[in-house]
Structure formats: C-alpha cells, structure tokens
Design a protein around this ligand. Structure first.
Ligand SMILES: C[S@@+](CC[C@H](N)C(=O)[O-])C[C@H]1O[C@@H](n2cnc3c(N)ncnc32)[C@H](O)[C@@H]1O
Length: 249
C-alpha cells in the first residue's frame, strides 16, 4: 500500500496542486444547501454567513467556500476598482460589482481553472459587465502595479504556502491609500503536527493557517499600515478573522 505524502514534506508547487485538486471538486458542487431537509434547502452556506442572497443563481452560491463576508465591511464606493484574491465561483466579486456600479470594475483572480470557468459562466448568466476573472496565483498576481482601490479576499490566504509573497503582491497592486479587507482563518495556538501533516486539513483551510500575530506581521512587513482586526469568531479549532489594512498615501 502506498503511503499518502504529508503536506509538511511537499514543495510549495505540490501543495498548490493539492489545493487545486480540492477546489476543482468544490467547483463541481451542485448544491448550496446548509442543513438540507426533506422539504428542500433551509438556507445556503452563504446565507448562514450573513449574505443576502435574493436573486443569484445556485451556480454562484453552490461553490461558495468563504469564512466571512469581506464585501459587507469594505465600504466600497461607486467607481472603485476591486480585486478579489481567490475569487472561487465569484460570489464576493458579484457582490462588489453591484456596489461599484458600471463606472467601477472588479477583477477576480483564482488559480483553479474550473473555478475561473464557473465564475465566467456566472458572470455571463448575471450579465455582469464590470467583472472579469483571471486565472493566476495570488503569490504572483496577474495585475498591474498601483491599479487597485480595494482588495478583498475570503478564506484564501491560509491556503497559500508563501503568505509573505501574497502580501507583497497585494501591496504592489494597490494604489497609494488603497485598502485591503480580508476574511481568513488564523490560529491562536500552534496546530499539532498530526493536523499540519494532513492534506485534507490543509485544503480544508486549517492546516495552512498561521498564528494571528505572525499573519499581521507579514502584512506590516509588506508595508501595510493601520493593520487591525475588525472581528473574530471561532471556526473549527481556529478563528475566522476579519482584518483591515491600508497602503500609505
Ligand atoms: C476556500 S476557497 C474560497 C473561494 C472564494 N473566496 C469564496 O469565498 O467562495 C479558496 C479559493 O482560493 C483559490 N486559491 C487557493 N490558493 C490560491 C493561490 N495561491 N492563488 C490563487 N487562488 C488560490 C482556490 O482555487 C479556491 O477557489
């Protein structure tokens, strides 16, 4: 019997391949129910996290895999250019697109081709003309320098093997004075080696999470200022945290 390789023995590229495989399956999901009952769907997972889903097709919500609602906190303005790191099937990008309006623009970046394909189909279904999805790695963003007003991200950076690179890239693409609003999983205490070794725990947004203070320090080291925790809630054995930061003028 072949032994499953441990995440802690993998290269960054091998880890990303495991993440891609896991989120290909999430992209193929066809239900968004949370606690399905015999009479159907009581509430979607997104609604459970506070999203007001009224007129979105299931294909937008069924692959949602966030751990918060960063758009709700982002105070987006009409005309803003927004970047969503790890945009999945596009829920946050579409929410942001409504707020920035036709003069604004939203770019979603994701490294899983099936997620990008689903998000593009969703954009077509919604007739969303101010949203585009680009396949790429958030550690090397396919986005121009200083071209973004607000960055959002929902439960993604924990999955990146090199979080420092993610924040350096985020800082590069933000215009001076631009803001970053993140929902992500962070840790209050170090995980056991057993949990960190497991592929499923990594792809499930736990094994790759780092200590909260280390996470905030990566942001400050990249150049962000006014780095602050907006709110926190227990999430499995970790914490779902909303973080706000700013690039200096
Ligand atoms: C937990 S899901 C969250 C998706 C979306 N933000 C949402 O709330 O539904 C993580 C997403 O991040 C993407 N992802 C993970 N690591 C990435 C990386 N290094 N670069 C780009 N996308 C990444 C995955 O493909 C997946 O779609």
């Amino acid at each position: 019997m072949t032994e499953t390789k441990k995440i802690t023995d993998m290269s960054d590229e091998e880890i990303k391949e495991e993440v891609r495989k896991a989120y290909t399956k999430v992209a193929q999901r066809t239900t968004s129910c949370c606690g399905p009952t015999s009479s159907g769907c009581e509430e979607t997972y997104a609604e459970k996290l506070g999203y007001e889903i009224t007129d979105l097709p299931n294909s937008v919500t069924e692959s949602f895999a966030g751990c918060g609602n960063p758009v709700a906190l982002a105070s987006l303005q009409e005309g803003d250019v927004v970047l969503d790191l790890g945009s999945g099937a596009g829920l946050d990008a579409f929410m942001a697109a409504r707020e920035v309006g036709p003069k604004g623009h939203v770019i979603g970046v994701d490294m899983t081709p099936e997620m990008i394909e689903k998000a593009k189909l969703n954009a077509e279904k919604l007739g969303a003309k101010n949203v585009e999805f680009r396949q790429g790695d958030i550690e090397a963003l396919p986005v121009d320098d200083e071209s973004i007003d607000v960055i959002i991200s929902n439960c993604v950076i924990n999955l990146a093997p090199d979080k420092s690179k993610v924040f350096i890239e985020a800082f590069r693409v933000l215009r001076p004075g631009g803001r970053m609003l993140i929902s992500d999983i962070v840790l209050e205490a170090t995980l056991s080696k057993e949990i960190r070794d497991q592929i499923a725990s990594y792809t499930g947004c736990l094994g790759g999470a780092i200590l909260k203070e280390e996470y905030l320090q990566f942001m400050r080291d990249a150049g962000f200022v006014d780095v602050r925790i907006v709110s926190e809630a227990p999430f499995n054995i970790a914490t779902s945290t909303k973080i706000e930061a700013r690039k200096p003028e």
